[in-house]
Write a protein that binds this ligand. Structure first.
Ligand code: ADP
Ligand code: MG
Length: 597
């Protein structure tokens, strides 16, 4: 067969395969065009998940008849000046969206420049371009896409149910809307409104938080840290959720590069790295981060859909993100999210209103009606227990003046040798002493490491711990690293190690348990990873065997010292796994619990 040039329609259909994967990708291209045109209001109608109709109407700068005719031609764009692909400041630049969409659907574009006497309209049907004709339309542009993929039946077959496609459309528009709070976004499905985001007023940070709250929810806005950092001509802004407000997947992480929503492995990895000390690896923070950098420092022309980017200096970008998030987490101090109290109330009152069913399930897992009925009918175990053994309350004298200066309040007692109950200015604080202590130890060891070493304390009688031979070898191989963390041990014949010193800040340590657990941790650990990179886990381990573990009685002085240290310690609101270290119930919450409100 001879080599031939492909006809234009076929070229456009091939390009459409890359640019327009599904209705949401067409919507993305059209809305991006509206934003590039400076629109302040964008109205969309998406019928049957985008299969029968997508219409996008904007109040942007519009097009005259010449531009309109050019716009539907392949590689025609007003956004690239000459040959410079390194200075892309608009969302579009490839000049292939309109011709690609026109190749696989029935497309019509109507546009009018402000001040022009008339609008012009043009249609493209399966790649065949019609003649422009005058039309009636206010300034701005209306694009209508009917019967998407009618010209490519194979693609049509791969469309999912309208609900699924609509879900993708909504997500796509929400992402763009997050980056453009000053523009109003309105989307309907032909019968009802599915997105209603009026333009946010106010200065840009407040406007953006408003917009984020409208999309990600009030809980996010109430429990997010403002992020602001700058390095080497790059800036990072946005909002990041407290660790105690986390999700099982990364679906609520929104990342933007120069206003463009991206899904980029490097950026997700940086987020994971920043939170690794305060969140379990299967939990994910909520956040919306906006990275701005000079156009020449990033290549957005990696993929036709433009959702991937390539940074000229990836290390610098990662450093900026990790640094900014860690700084914010440290600044957040002992703050834990307000949703913790809501979840607590939900758990205490499984039938109560206020929490969606799924969340109620999540906070009281596995407590079914049957179990509760059985528990109700069971004999009361407490009647047989020795009095006061299980519920010893160490009551601190109640002072006249309510404590107002301490955010975490004044300790009033310890329950079950595990929980500290404190009175704050307007509520009750319940602290999980073990989780709190674990976090404090983690932070102290981290600081000591930075300052040049963890102080150690020699054991009066060195302790010999018997282990399997591989486990003992593994520990001995890490002896140098463990010494830095304050733990001095060495091999003691085959299958044993001898422990000589432990980190002073742990107090009295159960060396046998600690060494056995550490050996287990190391068995699972990646050989190549330094212990310092897994400091969270190692410190959690150390803290577990230190002096304030659960089950130890504390006196009032010790309890208050713990509360004060929590207030002064960065990241004290959650343990290394992102579980809260304390719960605060406001008086208002408690009143609600008793039906007083
Ligand atoms: P690109 O956005 O990559 O330039 P498109 O095919 O999406 O390519 O659009 C081609 C051109 O049509 C754009 O460069 C722009 O000049 C014009 N255009 C498209 N949509 C609009 C719109 N909503 N308002 C004003 N001009 C538009
Ligand atoms: Mg475009």
């Amino acid at each position: 067969m001879a080599v031939r040039l492909l006809p234009e329609t076929v070229v456009n259909r091939i390009a459409a395969g890359e640019v327009v994967e599904r209705p949401a990708s067409a919507v993305k291209e059209l809305v991006e065009n509206s934003l590039d045109a400076g629109a302040r209001r964008i109205d969309c109608v998406v019928r049957d998940g985008g299969r029968t109709l997508i219409s996008v109407v904007d109040d942007g700068h519009g097009m005259g008849v010449e531009d309109l005719t050019l716009a539907v031609e392949r590689h025609a764009t007003s956004k690239l000046d000459g040959e410079d692909l390194t200075h892309i400041a608009t969302l579009g630049f490839r000049g292939e969206a309109l011709p690609s969409i026109g190749a696989v659907s029935r497309l019509s574009v109507t546009s009018r420049i402000a001040g022009a006497d008339t609008a012009w309209s043009l249609s493209v049907e399966g790649g065949r371009v019609g003649a422009p004709a005058p039309a009636a339309h206010p300034p701005g542009t209306r694009v209508e896409v009917r019967d998407l993929f009618f010209a490519t039946p194979a693609r049509l077959k791969f469309l999912k149910a309208p609900r699924t496609e609509m879900g993708h459309v909504v997500e796509t528009i929400q992402r763009l809307a997050m980056a453009h709070p000053a523009t109003g976004f309105f989307v309907g499905d032909g019968s009802r409104s599915v997105i209603n985001l009026p333009p946010a007023a106010g200065d840009s940070t407040a406007a953006r938080l408003d917009r984020l709250a409208a999309i990600m929810g009030r809980d996010f806005a109430d429990n997010a840290m403002a992020i602001e950092a700058e390095r080497a001509g790059m800036t990072l802004t946005g909002h990041a959720g407290l660790p105690t407000l986390s999700r099982r997947n990364a679906g609520q992480q929104f990342l933007f590069v120069n206003g463009r929503p991206v899904r980029d492995k490097l950026l997700y990895g940086a987020v994971r790295g920043a939170y690794q000390d305060v969140l379990a690896s299967d939990r994910h923070p909520l956040l919306a981060l906006f990275l701005e950098l000079p156009p020449e420092a990033v290549d957005v022309n990696v993929h036709p859909a433009k959702t991937e980017v390539r940074f000229r200096d990836a290390g610098l970008v990662r450093g900026l993100i990790v640094g900014a998030l860690r700084h914010a987490l440290a600044e957040a101090g002992h703050r834990a999210s307000t949703t913790v109290a809501a979840a607590t109330l939900g758990a205490a009152r499984p039938e109560g209103p206020g929490l969606p069913y799924a969340e109620r399930r999540a906070v009281s897992p596995g407590i079914g009606l049957r179990e509760r009925a059985a528990a109700y009918q069971a004999p009361l175990a407490e009647l047989d227990a020795p009095p006061a053994a299980a519920v010893a309350v160490d009551v601190a004298p109640v002072e006249e003046a309510p404590p107002t200066d301490y955010p975490l309040g004044v300790a009033r007692g310890q329950l079950h040798a595990t929980y500290i109950v404190a009175q704050s200015a307007d509520g009750i604080v319940i602290v999980d002493q073990h989780a709190a202590h674990e976090r404090l130890v983690h932070e102290r060891i981290g600081r000591a490491l930075e300052a040049g070493g963890v102080p150690r304390q020699a054991l009066l009688i060195p302790e010999v711990v018997e282990l399997e031979e591989v486990a003992a070898d593994r520990l001995a191989a890490r002896a140098g690293e463990l010494t830095e963390l304050g733990l001095v041990l060495e091999a003691f014949g085959p299958g044993a190690v001898i422990v000589r010193e432990t980190p002073a800040l742990l107090g009295e340590v159960d060396a046998q348990g600690l060494i056995r657990d550490l050996a287990d941790d190391l068995a699972e650990a990646d050989e190549a990873l330094a212990l310092k990179d897994r400091l969270g886990e190692v410190c959690a381990r150390l803290a577990c065997h230190g002096s304030i573990r659960a089950g130890r009685r504390l006196n009032a002085e010790e309890m208050n010292a713990l509360l004060r240290e929590m207030e002064a310690t960065p990241r004290a609101g959650q343990c290394s796994h992102g579980r809260p270290t304390y719960v605060e119930l406001k008086l208002a919450d408690i009143e609600r619990l008793f039906g007083r409100r």
